[in-house]
Design a protein around this ligand. Structure first.
Ligand code: COA
Length: 266
């Protein structure tokens, strides 16, 4: 059996705030650029968050005042061979898919630049809250590259063809209000309020019924990739499954008894 990859503290920082786990990419000197070690540390961190029942929500951010993540590490990429380039792309895509399919909500707290791999990382999260000072973009063409961590595909699904072609063909960053207008982020808040607003949302999600949240995430992930008939069938099966949970009994009873529900994730 291979040894598990342990998160490298020089690449990410993890802190728990009750049931909310805050994961921060921790290379502020390099504007949190994603090198291979950081991708591996993030993958291990999300595996650990998925396996830990005490974690109900993950918030992902970047350390420092300037950047969420300013992209894949250009210095590391510059010398890659085509085969290594493909492997680097697959490494990134594997992380993004792990986040997207995590069975608990992941909120991106976009505190600054989210460029290239940074926007791809944010788009793999389920919700995105951006500071009004944030800038997002897919600038790979400026380097003679294209998005390699799923950007061309996730942006297309999230915001459509026009926005994807605008961002990926021009490589020009857009500001947070425009990202909101295009549906790339869910909310924009003043930079000074970003952390409080995000943690408030995360706390709300953490108090919700975990299996119901998981059901929603599964339906959206599966339904986004299949014909509507199959998606609806999947939704009905998930809906039925909820009736097997203690939390569904608790949620409906609490409503009828006019009290707050206490969800246990069972
Ligand atoms: N990969 C590797 N290093 C990066 C990086 C990246 N994607 N983005 C920033 N850095 C590094 C810089 O090289 C610099 O390192 P140094 O101090 O050792 O020279 C440090 O982070 C600070 O960046 P700097 O460019 O000096 O900051 P700035 O405020 O002048 O500019 C940006 C900020 C985001 C506009 C600029 O850093 C940038 O364009 N980054 C690349 C964005 C990109 O193309 N991402 C997609 C990659 S596929």
């Amino acid at each position: 059996m291979p040894e598990p990859v342990l998160p490298d503290p020089s690449t990410i920082a993890i802190t728990d705030h009750g049931p909310v786990r805050l994961v921060a990419v921790n290379r502020p000197d390099k504007l949190n650029a994603l090198n291979a070690a950081t991708l591996d540390a993030l993958l291990a961190a999300f595996d650990a968050a998925a396996a830990d029942d005490g974690v109900r929500v993950v918030v992902l951010t970047g350390t420092g005042p300037k950047a969420f993540v300013a992209g894949a590490d250009i210095a590391e990429m510059s010398g890659l061979t085509p085969v290594q380039g493909r492997d680097f792309s697959l490494r990134g895509q594997r992380l993004m898919r792990r986040i997207e399919t995590l069975p608990k909500p992941v909120v991106a707290m976009v505190n600054g630049f989210a460029l290239g791999g940074g926007l791809e990382l944010a788009m793999s999260c389920h919700l995105r809250i951006a500071a009004d000072s944030a800038k997002v973009g897919q600038p790979e063409v400026n380097l003679g590259l294209i998005p390699g961590f799923g950007g061309s595909q996730r942006l297309l699904r999230l915001a459509g063809r026009a926005a994807t072609l605008e961002l990926c063909l021009t490589g020009a960053p857009i500001d947070a209000p425009r990202a909101l207008q295009l549906g790339i982020v869910n909310r924009v808040v003043p930079a000074a309020e970003l952390e409080a607003e995000t943690m408030q949302l995360a706390a709300k999600l953490a108090a919700a019924a975990p299996l119901a949240l998981r059901g929603v995430l599964d339906c959206v992930n599966v339904g986004g990739e299949c014909a509507i008939g199959e998606g609806l069938e999947y939704e009905s099966a998930q809906f039925g499954l909820m009736f097997a949970t203690d939390d569904m009994r608790e949620g409906t009873a609490a409503f009828l008894e006019r009290r707050k529900p206490d969800f246990k994730g069972r």
